[in-house]
Design a protein. Sequence first.
Lengths: 927, 437
Amino acid sequence: MSQIKISRRQFLKRAGLLFAMSQLPACKPRPEEIIPYVKMPERLVPGNPKFYATAMTLRGIARGVLAESHMGRPTRLEGNPQHPESLGAIDPVSQAEIYTFYNPARSKGGLEKGKEIVRERQIQIIKTLAASLPERQGEGFRILMESSASPSLEAEVRKLLRALPRTVVHRFDPVSRDPVYEATARAFGQELQPVYDFTRPSFILSVSGDFLGDMPGALRYSRDYTEQRRRSSYATRLYSIECVWTLTGAHADKRLPVHPDQILPALLYILYRAGLHAEVPVPAESALRGFCDETAGGLKLAGAGGLIIAGEMEDPALQALCHVANSRLGSTAVRYISPVEVLRGETRSINELVEAMRDGSVRTLLVLDSNPVYTAPSDLAFEEAFLRVPDRIHYGLFRDETAARSTVHLPAAHNLEAWGDGKAYDGTVSIVQPLIQPLFDSVSPLELFSLLNSEAKSGYELVRDYWRYKAGGEFEKWWRKSLEDGIISGTASQSSSAAPVMNPDEVVAASQAPFNASSFTLVLCPDHRIWDGRYAENPWLQELPEPFTKLVWDTALFMSQKTADSLQVQHGDQVEIRQRGRMTQAAVFVLPGIADGTGFMTLGYGRPLLMQSKAAPSFNAYLLRTSSEPWVLRGVELAGRGAPYEFVSTQNHFNMQGRDIIHVVKGEDKTGRRLEQSKDPSISLYPPQPQEPYEWGMVIDLSSCIGCGSCVMACQAENNIVSVGKDQVGRSREMHWLRIASYFKGSEQNPQVYFQPIPCMHCETAPCEVVCPVAATSHSVEGLNEQIYNRCVGTRYCSNNCPYKVRRFNFYNYVDGDTEILKMFRNPDVTVRARGVMEKCTYCVQRINEARIRAQRENRRIREEEVRTACQQACPTGAIVFGNIMDRESEVAKARKNPRNYSLLAGLNTRPRTTYLAYVSPIGEES
Amino acid sequence: MKNDPAVREASQRVYDIVLRHYGNRAWWAGFLISSFFLLVLLVALTVLFWWGVGIWGINIPVAWGFAIVNFVWWIGIGHAGTFISAVLYLCNQNWRNSINRLSEAMTLFAVTCAGMFPVIHLGRFWRVYWLAPYPNTMEVWPQFRSPLIWDEFAVGTYFTVSILFWYLGLVPDLAALRDTAPKRLQKIFYGVLSFGWSGSSLQWARFQAAYGILAGLATPLVVSVHSIVSTDFAAAQVPGWHNALFPPYFVAGAIFSGFAMVLTFAIPLRKFFHLEALITPDHMDKMAKVMLATGLIVAYGYIMEGFMAWYSGSQEEWQLLRFRFTGPYAVVSWLVMICNVIIPQALWLPRVRKSPLLLFILSLVINLGMWLERFVIIVTALSKDFLPSSWALFYPTFWDIATLIGSLGLFSWLFFLFIRFFPMISVHEVKKEYAEA
C-alpha cells in the first residue's frame, strides 16, 4: 500500500478547500421566482392582510371567493359574501385550491420531448404552431378541453374557430353535465339549466339529487334549504330516494336506498300516486311502496310548494320526467336558465376525437387542462389513439399521465395567478383576478388562445377588452366595482319561459322493462374530495375524511352487508371487479344504507401520484368506465379474493353504543334528553372562573350540519394544520383540530346518519388543564382553553384526560420546513408547531386578538360580527355560531338559551363552552 | 448453627466474588448478554431522539403506550426491595438478611429503568427540567395539580431514600472487603467507600440507629410511591382509570411483581455462585408466601374492578370491561388472569414454594402477567373511552419492543456490575443473624 505523503499544512489547506466547497450549494439562487418589494406599496401594512375578490372554478363553473393576501402572497381562500352561490360560505375543494396553487408537485416549466424548456421556447412553440395553422385553415389541428363557463374564453375560442374553420374543438368532462341538458332538451325542446330556490318548497323529493353536495349551486342551496327549514320551524320535508349515500340523502327526513334500476319505476309510481300522470305498476316491495305513497301524499299536499330534484348524472329521461312533474305541480322552486357553460354548440365529443386520431386525420392535438389518458372512457382506448398523433401538446397544472405521453407539455396558470372570468351556477359573472405574478413559467388559457390567434395579448388585456365591449359607459368605474365586488352585477341569467313539450307517458311506456336485481350493479360517483381525480395531488383534500366512512387517501368498493354476504366477500377483501372484459381491483368496504345488489366506487383514485411520500396505491374505477355506461355498470362480477386490505379512516366506530351523544328531538321547542345533565353546575373543587366582559362560546346546530367538511378544511387552512399522509392517519395520528364524527343509527339496511362536528369544547373545568405538569395548557379569563406550544413538553397526558379527544400531537416533525414554497401560504398569525408538542382548536384566538386590537385602538368593544372562527365562516348552512356569551344579544347567547341546547358528555361536569343544538327529526324518533 | 461451616464458607464466597472474581465465567456470560441488550436500548434511544416518539405505536387516543407501561412495571418491581429491606427489618423478620442487599440493588436499578421512561416518552424530552420547581426567568412553576408532578416527587424521594438506605447497609461490608482485599487498588477503592468504618461498638450503635430511621422513612414510601403512580390513572377521568381502588391495588401488585423479580434474580445467582447456604429454600418459601398473599390482593382488585364497572352503572365502564375480555385485546386480558390469578395459586402447595425451578418459572410468569396487567390498564382504557368516534387501537412497533427489551438489558447490566463490585448479600447481617440464632 502506498503511503499518502501530505504535510500538515497541505492537509489543512485541502480540508479548508473541501469545507468551502461543501458550502457552495447554499449559494444557488432559489428556484422559485419571488417578488420582493423594492418600494413599499402605499397602505400595505405588514401583518395586515388584504382581501381580493376572485373566483375558483369547479366543473368550469365559478364560485366566488375572497383571497386573503399577506404581503402580496395569497394565503387563504374564503367565501365571497356578495357572490350568489357563496354568500360568504365556501366548499372544501375551493379552499384547498390554495394548496393546489402552491403545490410543490405542480409543473414548474415546459417539457419538449421530455426535456425541460424555458418560457421563451414555450411561447415559440405556440407561435410556430399558430403560424402554421392558417395555411390549411386549421386542418388537422384539434383541441380537447373541458366545459367552461368563461365568456372571454368563449370569445377567444370563437375567434380561433372563425379564423381556422377546419379546426375542431372537442369537449370532454369525466363528470359531465350533458345529461342535464339532454333532459331539458327532451322536456322543453331546448337546452336549459334548472336553478332551484330552496326558500320556497315545503316538500322536496330528491331523486339522487345531491343539492347539498355536488350539484352546482350546492353552497347556496344548502344555505337556503337549512335556513328555510329553521324559519319554518322544521315544517319542510325532504325525502330522498337514491342508491348510494349522498349528503342530501343523509340529511333527509326520510331516505330510501333502492337499486338504480328501481329508481325510475319508483319515481313513476310516486308521480302516478301524486296524480301527475298515467297509471304504472305498483312496486312489489312494501318498504318502497310505503315510501312512495308517503312521498306522493306529501307532494300532493304541497302542490306548488313541492319540488322534485333529480341528480345530474341520472338518466335524462328520469330528469326530464322530474322537470315535467315540477311543472305540473306548478312548483315555484325551480326556474330554468340557458346553460352557463359556453361553447356547448361548437364542440364535439371525445368519441369523435378518438375516431379522428385513429384514422390519422389529427396532426396536432392540444389537450387543455385535462388528463384524458387517465379519465377517458376505457372503451375508447384513448391512449393508443393519442399516441398516433404526431404533435401532442398538453397544457396543465401537473405533469400527469397525459403530459407524460405528450410531445410538448406547457405548465398551466392557476386562477390565483391569471386573469379570467367565469359564470356562477345562475349565470352571474365573476372576474377572476390574479393575486400574484405567475409562480412558474406559465401562461393562462386565455393567453394561450390569444397566442394561437397570433395576437399575444396579455390576460389582463383580453379580459378587459372583452368586458369593455360588454359594459359600455364608464368602463373604468364599472371595472373597478366588478373587481371589488367579485361579481358583475346584473349578469344573472334570465329565466326562460319555456313550457314542457314532453308527455311523461312516453317515459312510462318506455320503462316497462322488468326490474332484475339478480346481478351485481356497480355505481360510479365523483369523489366528494378529489372529484374526478383532478385534486388527487392535493394532500388537504386527500386527507379530508369522506363523510360517511371517514376514509382518507382512498376509495373502495362500498356495499351493504347483505350484498357482501350474497357475493361471499367480507369487509377488507381485495377483489377483482370485472365487467364485459374490463377489470379493476378494489377492496370491499361494508357500509350500511346502500341498496342491496348495488355497490359504489368513487372516481379519481388509483393513479401514480407525483407526491408519493404520503400516498399509497388505491383503486381506479375509470378502468371499468365506458362512454355508453359512465355511471351505472350492470352485470358486474367479483372474483379472486386477495389479501385483506387495510383501510385508513379517521373514525373506526360508527355506532353510538347506546351512549348519550347525539340528542334527537321532534320539534324545535323540545328539549333534548338530559339524563346526564348535571343538576347543579356549580359543583366543582375549583373556584368559579371570573366573568369578564368577553366570554367566548360556540354552538353547533346538529340539525343544520350536512357533514360536507367545509369547516374541517377551513380550520386546516386557517391554522396551518398539516396533512400527515395515509400511513400516519392509519396510526390514528391525523392532525385535524376539528373532526366531523358520523354515527349510524337504526337498521343496517337504512340507517339514520348523524354528523357531529367536534372542535375543542373549551371546558370551563377542563380536564386537560389540571393534568399538565408544566401548565402548558391553561384557562384564559375569557374562557379559552389555551395551548402554549413553546411550554409544552409533550407528556400527552392532556390528551388522555380529554374525554372528547380533540387534542392532536406532533408525533414526528410533521411540518415540512424544507420546501420553501409551502412556507409561502402559512398563516403568519398562527404558530407553526414542531415535533413533540400538543395542539388543538383555539377558537381561532388569532382572530379574537386581531379584533381586540382593532377595538382597543378605536376605544370601543368588540362587535359581534368582528370575530368569526374559520369553521363558522366557511359553513354553508350556518350551523356554527360563535361569539361572546356575555352579550345577551349575541347569536351565540341566544342559541345557548335554545331549549335544544345541550352539552356533550354533560355528566362529566366539564361544562363545555362548545355546546350542541339537538338534531330535529320531526318524523323520526326522539333519543 | 453458630459456626455453621457452610454459612461461613458461603459468606466468604460473597466476598470472593468481588475480590477474587469467583465464578468469573458465569459472570462474564451474563454481563456480555446484558451488554448486548443495553446496546439495543442505546440504539432504540438514538432512533427515538432522532425521529421522535412517532417511532412507537402510540396515537390519539392511546397517547401512552409501552413507555408508561414499562415505567409502572419497573417502579412496581422496585417495591419489593424496599419492602424487604425496610418493612421486614422493622418487623424483625431476620430471614430477609440473605436477600435484602440483592433486592435493594434491584430497587435502585428498577427505579433507574423506571425513571428513564417518563423522560424519554416526552415529546420534547430536552425540556424535562421544566418539570422541576426551580427559579427561572419565565417565572413559571410546574403545575402542582398534575399527578405527573406528584410522581416526580414520589419517585425522586424514593430513589434518594433507597440509595441512602442501600449504601448505609453496605458500609460494614465495604469495610470488610477493604480489610480482606488482596490487592492494593481494591483496598483503596473499598477504603474510600467504607468511610473509615472500624466496627467499633459506637459505630455499630450509630449504624443501627441510622438504619432504623431510614427503614422508618422508607416504609411509608413502599405505600406512597405506587399509590401516587396509580393516581396518574385514578385522578384522570378515563373509564378504566378513574377508580379509587387503584392505590392499594397498585401497591399490592407492585410487591407481587417485585418479589417475583427478586426470585427471578436470586434463584440463578444462588445456583451459579453456590450460595445455597445463604439463600435457603426457607427464604424462597417465605417470599413465595408473600407473593401468594399479595397475589390474592391483586386478584381481589380485579374482581372489584369488574364489580365496580357493573355496580357504578356507568355505560362506559361496563362496555370497557366487556371490551377488555372480548375485544381485540382479550388475549392479553385473559393472559393477565392466567398469569396473575390462576397460576400463582400453585403457591398454596409447599412443594412448589420450595422448588427453585418451579418458583423461577412462576416468577417469570408473574413478571409477564404484571407487565401485561399494566398494558391492559393503560392501553385498553385509552383505546375505548367516551366518544366512539375517537376510538382506535394501539399496536406496538419494533421500537416499542426494542425499548422494553433494552430496559431489561440496562437493568441486568447494572445488576451484573453490582455483583462484581459489591457484596450481593449483606454478610454482616447474615452473620449477625446466625450469631444471634
